[in-house]
Design a protein around this ligand. Structure first.
Ligand SMILES: Cc1cc2nc3c(=O)[nH]c(=O)nc-3n(C[C@H](O)[C@H](O)[C@H](O)COP(=O)(O)OP(=O)(O)OC[C@H]3O[C@@H](n4cnc5c(N)ncnc54)[C@H](O)[C@@H]3O)c2cc1C
Length: 411
């Protein structure tokens, strides 16, 4: 169901809210592992823990993609939804709304007159490709020069985790990085991010000896607990990462793109699925408002949502540099401490960008804009200090009251 393809997701407030609305969050409790912060692994194997939020409730939750899929499909079936497996959308007639579906196992193709179609077929959406036949359809696809590969850290004896359980582990190495997310069975799902080409790249690691030597040099403490690294490395595919922006998202009142099909983003803010679930929250709001006036539902949904999905797409790219490089920089870690101190004093005005995106439902476009203002204020306030105690609170107070009006914090 998800073999070889980023088997874990970090689920946070926006996704949780949508699952709560659907009455599904309770049943997810058994399959999530809360992660309280980032655990950085230095080259020398030293560990530094950096909390994600200001307290134990501000956590992100590791969930297996397969377990989440199973829970969602079970819930749909309880509501008498029929799921047809192996039915690949091969074509969609934009004028008539007829879908062509191919059975992946038998090759048999059928035409189906569909009523309303919600196209959630992911970042390489077949439905979206059909929309290229429309007049004035806008599409941009930006691939990273980096790929990713799924790897595994097995469980220790008695199914125990071999690294701290409640953390997202990161081995930041500048031009590349390894991350690991805990699973409920004691294993960790790891993702290696590496350039496709160059001296240290997927192209340069062609043999087991090369892969092992690379890990020995760059991630020695991880290698020590990855006995099947070489097998995993060559068995699993190398994935690409893409940002997709397009418009419109709908064809009249017949079809709407949703999730990655409308707005695929790179995974470095851990927001893809959260953003897709938030699409559902907003779509339901529109249906509550306009009933089955689908043209209105779809066009207002797109108007409200696109500015925000464009914003998270940009923030996700920015966060790549932060994760692979800046999290290891002492100056960056100091700024994070100052951010938390400012948030403690001005909880409704100064909310770190990461928290606005991850622990609140503030529109992404607001998080992007306020994040830029906060970065500027932080630079000014941190310029000549290296201890939080030396912060000039009088200036901080003036700047924050002047530039950051209170936020409405939705959770
Ligand atoms: C390495 C990596 C790590 C990630 N980590 C995170 C994370 O920590 N947190 C987070 O929130 N997000 C994360 N994401 C993003 C997240 O996976 C996506 O945003 C999310 O899965 C999108 O959901 P979706 O339902 O829109 O699309 P998908 O999950 O891609 O689902 C699309 C579905 O459509 C089906 N399909 C495709 N083509 C067709 C067709 N022609 N006909 C019929 N069906 C079709 C597919 O089989 C699939 O079932 C990550 C992504 C990657 C690549």
């Amino acid at each position: 169901m998800s073999a070889g393809r980023s088997i874990n997701l970090a689920l946070s407030t926006r996704g949780i809210h949508a699952l709560q609305q659907a009455g599904l969050w309770e049943r997810m409790q058994k399959i999530i592992i809360p992660m309280k912060g980032r655990m950085m692994h230095s080259m020398a194997g030293e560990l530094t823990f950096q909390p994600y939020g200001k307290n134990d409730t501000e956590v992100i939750n590791s969930i297996s993609r397969a377990e989440l899929n199973i829970a969602l499909m079970n819930a749909a079936e309880e509501l008498a939804v029929t799921i047809h497996f192996n039915q690949r959308c091969a074509a969609y007639d934009l004028k008539t709304g007829v879908l062509r579906l191919r059975n992946d196992e038998t090759g048999e193709e059928v035409a189906r007159e569909a009523g309303i179609v919600i196209g959630c077929d992911g970042s390489a959406s077949a439905i979206r490709t059909e929309m290229l036949k429309m007049n004035r359809f806008n599409l941009s696809q930006q691939h990273l020069d980096y790929g990713y590969k799924e790897l595994t850290i097995p469980a220790g004896s008695n199914g125990r985790h071999l690294l701290e359980t409640h953390a997202l582990h990161i081995w930041p190495r500048g031009s590349h990085m390894l991350i690991a997310l805990p699973n409920i069975d004691g294993t960790f799902a790891c993702i290696l991010f590496l350039p496709f080409e160059g001296a240290e790249s997927f192209a340069s690691l062609q043999t087991s000896t090369q892969a092992l030597a690379f890990f020995e040099a760059r991630f020695p403490d991880a290698l020590a607990i990855m006995p099947h690294l070489a097998e995993n490395y060559f068995a699993n595919p190398t994935g690409a990462m893409v940002t997709v922006k397009c418009s419109p998202w709908h064809v009249d009142s017949r079809m709407l793109l949703l999730g990655d099909a409308a707005h695929a983003i790179v995974p470095f803010f851990g927001q893809g699925i959260n953003c897709g679930f938030e699409d559902c929250t907003i779509l339901v709001e529109m249906i509550d408002r306009h009933g089955t006036d689908w043209l209105r539902v779809f066009s207002e949904f797109e108007r409200e949502r696109k500015v925000n999905t464009d914003a998270i797409a940009d923030m996700a790219i920015e966060n790549f540099t932060e994760m692979r490089d800046r999290v290891a920089d002492p100056r960056f870690l100091f700024r994070k401490k100052v951010e938390l101190a400012l948030e403690a004093k001005y909880p409704e005005r100064f909310v770190p960008k990461y928290a606005m995106v991850t622990f609140h439902r503030i529109p992404y476009s607001v998080a992007l804009a306020r994040g830029a203002v906060q970065e500027r204020l932080l630079s000014e306030l941190c310029e000549s200090i290296d201890r939080v105690e030396n912060l000039d609170w009088v200036t901080a107070d003036q700047l924050i009251r002047r530039e950051l009006p209170p936020l409405e914090l939705l959770q």
